[in-house]
Ligand binder design. Structure first.
Ligand code: AQP
Length: 337
């Protein structure tokens, strides 16, 4: 990996057995593209997953399944670094330092926390969920990432990361790179197939509203065919008036590597049924080999383990260097003192 390339880092939670279409189109697809142009670090964020109750065996299994899906999606360990967050202890160590730099009010304003904690109730909401964005800032700043490819729901967390980097730099001297969010506007928010006013999400979507990549492909195709649209008949992108059709056009354009404008032209005079049937087929053709490749990685734990061990080693080399500098800057006793 060329050293002069800008650096990217991003992560995905192993909170359910399968990624969904929003995770793939909003984030992972960009990761695959950026391994060609960037010095790229991608991780399965199991520390973040612990912010909600997890069964230990299920979490372990899901971390492997998540890593296998990243490889199946096209991440190549020769071109990027793929690792498991808990294999690099520096994430939690830097998070503590950043926690002590974050205002309580500042953290309280994170909308994702507010939404989730209201839904769960105060007693079931962990302090870990509250400080989740600070851990995310640590993830990013440890690698001095220039850019962070994420879906639109992470924009506020990225803003906090930038604020913390600038605050640390101002207080202790230039240490962190202030990263930019890399959000592809077209796919920043894939919506629920049954309620296109909300984002597709593993915690909030109904089973019919979410396409899980590892589900039986025919059942996913069926979900596309029964997606909620509107009473109009024209196939046109209009997020406000036609959110359901617009979501399907976004998914279609992205999976088929074409543009929404081209699809609008192609489907002029045709009904919603034709668009849905064709998109269901496109999804089927993409997701079937994806599932097979994921299965192959899971059936070969030796290879998967060795990819993740190598990834952790490469990640730690970078993370340890940053943490050592941070410890020195904040005034901890080190071997030098
Ligand atoms: N619907 C979406 N559209 C576009 N991007 C999305 N992402 C998630 N949902 C959409 C992006 O996927 C990446 C990994 O997400 P995550 O594992 O951190 O989980 P998340 O964002 O918490 O995903 P969910 O499904 O929304 O989980 P819950 O319901 O638990 O909150 C991120 O880059 C995210 O932006």
């Amino acid at each position: 990996m060329a050293l002069d390339r800008p650096r990217v880092l991003s992560g995905i939670q192993p909170t359910s057995g399968s990624f969904h279409l929003g995770n793939y189109l909003g984030a992972v697809r960009q990761w695959v593209a950026q391994q060609e142009t960037h010095d790229a670090f991608y991780m399965v964020v199991d520390l973040h997953a612990l912010t909600v109750v997890q069964d230990a065996e299920a979490l372990r299994a899901n971390a492997r399944i998540a890593a296998a899906q990243l490889l199946a999606a096209g991440l190549d360990p020769e071109r990027c670094t793929v690792f498991i967050q808990s294999h690099v202890p520096e994430h939690a160590q830097l998070a503590w330092v950043l926690n002590c730099l974050t205002g309580f009010g500042e953290a309280s304003r994170m909308t994702q926390f507010k939404d989730k904690s209201v839904k769960q109730g105060a007693d079931r909401t962990t302090v870990g969920l509250f400080t989740y964005p600070v851990l995310m800032a640590a993830d990013i700043l440890l690698y001095r990432s220039d850019a962070v490819p994420v879906g639109g729901d992470q924009r506020q967390h990225l803003e906090l990361t930038r604020v913390l980097a600038e605050r640390f730099n101002a207080r202790y001297g230039e240490t962190f790179t202030v990263p930019d969010a890399f959000i592809v506007p077209e796919t920043a928010r894939i919506t629920d197939l049954q309620d296109p006013s909300v984002k597709m999400s593993k915690s909030a979507s109904t089973p019919k509203g979410i396409v899980n990549l590892l589900d039986e492909p025919r059942s996913s195709a069926k979900k596309i065919r029964s997606a909620v649209t509107d009473t109009d008949t024209v196939i046109r992108y209009d997020e406000e008036k036609k959110p359901g059709i617009s979501n399907l056009l976004t998914i279609y354009a992205s999976l088929a590597d074409t543009t929404v404008a081209e699809l609008e032209q192609r489907y002029e005079g045709k009904g919603y049924g034709a668009l849905k049937t064709d998109l269901a087929d496109v999804l089927l053709d993409w997701v079937t080999p994806f599932r097979d490749r994921t299965r192959e990685y899971l059936d070969d734990p030796g290879t998967l383990n060795s990819i993740l061990a190598q990834g952790a080693e490469k990640a730690r080399a970078v993370a340890a260097e940053t943490l050592a500098l941070v410890y020195e800057r904040v005034g901890f006793l080190t071997a030098k003192h």
